[in-house]
Design a binder for this molecule. Structure first.
Ligand code: NAD
Length: 303
């Protein structure tokens, strides 16, 4: 199978001045895309701004013969970022929402500002840029979006209530968009990456950082955001250091109890409610639960 190219495609990547987004931008530039390199150049905690990081990535892409333009707007102003891409390149095919910051503190020490800025940058930022991109993709009947979550959003991490809440929100946002977009050929997936960057360089040893080079994340972006992907939508992909996998929800077989439900019945069935070794299900929508309710009500009617 040959490498996937993105000639004549316009790709917007937020937070592409450093870290993972930088690797993504250089990759798409090499694969023929016209790349809008967005980055406001802020510190890890969201303070200050600096245009040089986006500029440097654009210079790198151009030095390799690629096409790119720098954008320094905050992801809180999604319409400006998308407007810039349209003004510069006239269309939009791929959006990678990747920008992010950290304010790690245990909840007892977290301030209102620490909560707001992290949730706003990740969750509102992802919404804001996507909201601006959406009508363009709907009208043209084509779009590929990858939003960035984190293991914190899926599993929780000590000291990251703000970040985890935002990253979990991005999962729900993306799974909903995947349902809204599929009829318009807009496919939306979630990437859960781990890669070497300023976010990880203080918590991982140098040999591990070498092993989790963000350049190894670009192949899955290529597969998900290429026009040849016509099927993979609403997925959550965990990727790092050459490992790639998909995550999904799992529900225990559970129990259907008589109504009105007694505490003693829940207690009696508690082991089964919690038991994943039985006939598990993998729900993908609210209807999966409603079907269970319906089944139980029909069972009770026949009693
Ligand atoms: P990074 O700090 O190296 O890069 C993030 C970039 O986003 C920075 O260059 C920053 O200037 C930019 N940015 C921040 N706020 C912005 C704003 N409001 N507008 C525009 N740009 C803004 O971080 P990274 O490790 O490359 O992380 C990239 C994404 O991956 C983030 O969403 C992060 O939460 C997620 N993630 C990273 C890891 C990891 O292992 N590095 C793990 C899980 C999730």
């Amino acid at each position: 199978m040959s490498d996937l190219r993105f000639d004549n495609k316009v790709v917007v990547i937020t937070g592409a001045g450093r870290g993972l987004g930088k690797a993504y931008a250089i990759f798409y530039g090499q694969m023929g895309a016209k790349v809008l390199v967005n980055d406001n150049g802020c510190d890890l905690d969201g303070k200050n701004t600096n245009p040089k990081f986006a500029d440097e990535v654009v210079a790198t892409i151009k030095s390799k013969g690629g096409i790119a333009v720098a954008n320094y707007d905050s992801v809180l102003n999604g319409d400006k970022i998308i407007g810039h891409a349209i003004k510069e390149f006239g269309r939009l095919d791929v959006l990678i929402n990747n920008a992010g910051i950290l304010r790690d503190k245990i909840l007892a020490k977290l301030t209102e500002e620490d909560w707001d800025i992290v949730v706003k940058t990740h969750l509102y930022g992802t919404y804001s840029v996507t909201k601006a991109a959406w009508p363009i993709m709907r009208d043209q009947g084509y779009g590929r979006i990858v939003n960035t979550s984190s293991g914190s959003g899926l599993y929780g991490t000590l000291g990251q209530t703000n970040y985890a809440a935002a990253k979990a929100g991005i999962v729900g946002f993306t799974l909903t968009l995947a349902k809204e977009g599929e009829r318009r050929n807009i496919l939306c997936n979630v990437l859960v990456p781990v890669g070497a960057s300023r976010m990880t360089e203080t918590i991982m040893p140098p040999d591990v950082l070498t092993g989790i080079d963000p350049n190894n994340l670009t192949p899955i972006l290529a597969v998900l955001t290429h026009e040849s992907n016509k099927e993979y939508n609403g997925g959550i992909y965990e990727c790092s250091g050459g490992f790639f996998s998909k995550v999904r929800w799992q529900r225990t077989e559970g129990v259907s109890l008589d109504l009105p439900v007694k505490i003693s019945e829940v207690q009696k069935n508690w082991a089964k409610i919690n038991d994943f070794s039985g006939k598990n299900e993998y729900p993908t929508g609210n209807a999966d639960l409603f079907n269970k309710v319906q089944e139980n009500l029909e069972r009770l009617e026949q009693q």
